[in-house]
Design a protein. Sequence first.
Length: 275
Amino acid sequence: MMTPRSFAIARAEMLILRRNRWLFMATLIMVLFALALTFAGSAPTGSLGVDMLTVSVASMTTLSVYLAPLLALMMSFDAVAGDRDRGSLSLILSYPAGRGELLFGKFLAHLAALGFAMTIGFGTAGAVAAYYGGAGAESLVSLLRLIGTSVLLGAVFLVLGYALSALSGSATGAAGLSAGLWLVFVVLYDLGLLGAVVMDAGGVFTQKIFPWAMVANPADAFRVWNIAASDSVAITSGMAGAASALPGWAAPLSLVIWPVAGFLLARAAFRRVEP
């Protein structure tokens, strides 16, 4: 999929993102929210015995669970349906590029935009936290890990957004489906697991199934990966027990599999689209 034609599509998509101010808005949102959480969450540093950057990373991990999927879906929901509504899909499909190359070019541009927004947003908040509250080597590594895994989480929802866009009959329908997808993966899935744990009362589901059900969801896999990789972040977040219940490869494997599987699904759905 990584061909010169894909990069040409990516350049065109990036120009569209800049013209529509999407790149600016996504970066501004990340900077504002990350800074707000950094200052709001700085109070527990003394009682927990950790530096301010560690607390900031724990707070920004929760922020990214909500914002990374949302921004990704807002970028990708009209990737196919929007072109069809505007009547430009026929022209795009006339390009000397396969549908997989077209989709991959869009993916590269959107992923680069997300990566830029995450790097500037979290990097700015991390620099402020380190300046005012100090930073150790572990907290700096945790910040870099947070940025990388946030981009990977965004990649998951980009490709899922493409799939919904190809399956939907219009951009409006794709927007509604994307909102529903975000709600299920980010909110309702965890509520369902919590209800199951309460009903199970420490039984087989809680001990054996619950940890694996968590990492089956890319949003939870992202959270577990960042928490399990740092003892300080795990203590600060209060999820040390959940993070230690799984082997270290489980969450990373989930986050790597999801984008690949999602892209294959999106490409299969795009092949069925008629302009």
